[in-house]
Design a protein around this ligand. Structure first.
Ligand SMILES: *[C@@H]1O[C@H](CO)[C@@H](O)[C@H](O)[C@H]1NC(C)=O
Ligand SMILES: *[C@@H]1O[C@H](CO)[C@@H](O)[C@H](O)[C@H]1NC(C)=O
Ligand SMILES: *[C@@H]1O[C@H](CO)[C@@H](O)[C@H](O)[C@H]1NC(C)=O
Ligand SMILES: *[C@@H]1O[C@H](CO)[C@@H](O)[C@H](O)[C@H]1NC(C)=O
Length: 530
């Protein structure tokens, strides 16, 4: 089984000699779709001649550390939670957001947000602690002299690992609730008047009420997270590093933030020089389909096909929902390829085929593809943008509502509500995006914007990781905002000073006037007496 890995190494060595620079990269990854995305960047780094070591929890979802053909070295953290603990937490999470959220009261909803936060924090903390207490592994990694660490702020602890190893780190990032991490810790300017909070589902054109909602949401997440971080992480980080610090301060040390979106997707907004927008770095031209699949696709004739996937985490839905969906799909003149692992629905039409797995990017790049039904994960949306395919979005959780709201605002998608989904809704939505050519035109417009860049997103991401390796950081891009307190940042101290000056001046003026008036008054009175 040495074969494939050996070839990767051989290739890496060859590249290394030709460019004269090869570094060592250590990675603190986030699981699931984040891993699918970052893996593409890591593979490219290996091709450039760098060594990549991935720190991975022994229980995880998609990071297969036993794969001997992988081009990466894995350091496995023997975490105390089992695979079943992890799967149960995920199932519980998915079950609520897919099936129960529609009937939940506001109170249940809030309680759930808190519970999810606690559940995932619990797993993250155990993983983090496994690393922090493994002095042997730390010594080994310190000795290996890594040049850079790549982390994802969603898996808290990557920045702590970088501090322990005393190396610069780069973030690969999509979003945080209400942009709180990038705003408060990264210093990214986000005027609440036109930068919608992520997870709010708002766009950059907000009515007064929406701006009010956005403003209050920013305020609420700031308070929530500052308290949550303080209670959960600040003390831990200070203990481990042996000096008073906070999670946010440590996160703010990221040299470069590689954001997994781009201006084809994002609304125009202010950003900083150490933020690089590399959305769609995983997209590639379509490769030929497997033979059986190609035959099925070709059998659709002039009507073409519809591709349907709810992402890497959701493999099945309830019987009721699967039948609603299957019935809708059976009404289409198109052929449908549906990625689904659950029980085969009774209403499945002869035009629909179910697959455990589909080559999504290759299907979306197929000339016969007319539409994509998606849960709205960033990876899938970017594949659709790359190939110019209009979408029907059925968002469920995390950034999905946001992502599809962006696509709807740009005229490339119709959005449906999963919890109230009916057969007719889905049929109408699909007919709209397929028959009404504006959706296709808008999708193609986004695709053209995406392809017309001076450097491909993957190459830009690699460039910045290598830049940080070559220069031991990117301190020249770091805004001084990080050294200011919040009242200095908003110039509140300056305003307070100016206000005091103005108030003093007004006060003196009033005093003077009244003094003069009184004297004149007295003078007149005196003269009158005379
Ligand atoms: C939601 O509530 C309605 C009415 O109270 C009920 O009929 C329905 O079964 C519930 N749905 C779920 C998924 O619990
Ligand atoms: C999905 O499938 C698993 C096992 O196949 C089952 O336990 C689970 O209840 C299913 N989920 C839904 C929402 O039907
Ligand atoms: C869309 O076009 C298909 C044929 O391609 C047709 O069957 C369907 O009725 C049309 N839908 C609408 C809403 O016009
Ligand atoms: C197509 O969709 C656009 C955007 O929703 C809408 O403005 C337009 O009226 C639609 N055209 C037709 C023919 O339905």
């Amino acid at each position: 089984m040495m074969g494939p890995r050996f070839l990767w190494l051989l290739w890496a060595c060859a590249c290394c000699w030709s460019t004269g620079f090869c570094g060592k990269v250590v990675v603190w990854p986030t699981d699931a779709s984040h891993w699918i995305n970052i893996k593409v960047l890591l593979e490219k780094l290996v091709l450039q001649g760098h060594e990549v070591t991935v720190l991975v929890a022994s229980s995880n979802m998609l990071i297969n550390y036993q794969d001997t053909s992988s081009p990466f070295t894995f350091e496995v953290l023997q975490v105390p939670f089992t695979q079943k603990d992890l799967d149960d937490t995920m199932d519980d999470f998915l079950n609520f957001w897919m099936n129960e959220v529609s009937n939940a009261s506001l109170w249940e909803f809030m309680w759930r947000m808190k519970k999810d936060q606690e559940d995932f924090t619990n797993l993250l903390k155990q993983t983090c602690h496994t690393f922090v207490t493994d002095s042997q592994l730390i010594a080994k990694l310190q000795k290996a002299n890594f040049d850079v660490l790549i982390a994802d702020p969603l898996s808290i602890c990557g920045e702590l690992v970088a501090e322990i190893l005393a190396i610069p780190f780069v973030y690969s990032f999509r979003f945080s609730d209400g942009n709180v991490v990038e705003r408060l810790c990264g210093g990214l300017p986000s005027p609440p008047s036109y930068v919608p909070a992520s997870t709010s589902g708002l766009t950059d054109r907000m009515s007064f009420m929406e701006r009010l909602k956005n403003f209050l949401f920013y305020f609420y997440v700031d308070l929530f997270f500052l308290k949550f971080w303080r209670d959960e992480w600040d003390g831990y980080y200070s203990n481990v590093l042996g000096r008073p610090t906070t999670l946010c301060e440590t996160m703010g040390k990221a040299e470069i933030w590689l954001i997994r979106t781009y201006w084809d997707f994002e609304f125009p907004r202010p950003f900083l020089p150490n933020f690089e927008f590399v959305g769609g770095l995983h997209c590639q031209p379509a490769k030929p389909l497997p033979k059986e699949m190609e035959e099925f696709v070709q059998s659709s004739g002039k009507h073409g096909i519809v591709v349907f996937s709810l992402g890497s985490m959701v493999y099945n839905v309830t019987d009721e929902k699967s039948n609603i969906i299957a019935r809708a799909l059976s009404h289409l003149p198109q052929k449908v390829l549906w990625r689904y692992k659950g029980k085969k629905p009774e209403t499945l039409g002869s035009n629909t085929r179910i697959y455990d797995w589909i080559p999504q990017n290759d299907l979306l790049g197929h000339p016969l593809t007319k539409a994509f039904i998606t849960h709205g994960g960033t990876n899938g949306i970017y594949e659709a943008i790359y190939h110019g395919i209009p979408m029907v979005g059925i968002p469920m959780f995390a950034d999905q509502h946001d992502n599809v709201a962006h696509m709807r605002a740009k005229g490339a998608a119709v959005v449906l509500d999963f919890s109230t989904l009916t057969t007719q809704d889905l049929v109408d939505a699909l007919n709209t995006v397929i028959n009404n050519s504006t959706y296709k035109e808008n999708a193609l417009r986004l695709s053209k914007i995406h392809h017309d860049q001076p450097l491909k997103p993957l190459d830009r991401a690699v460039f910045w990781v290598e830049f940080v390796m070559r220069h031991k950081g990117a301190k020249h891009l770091r805004p001084a905002a990080h050294n200011l307190t919040w009242y200095q940042y908003y110039c509140l101290d300056v305003l307070a000073f100016l206000f005091t000056c103005a108030a003093t001046a007004v006060f003196l003026l009033v005093k003077c006037c009244s003094f003069c008036c009184r004297r004149r008054g007295k003078g007149i009175a005196k003269r009158k007496k005379e």
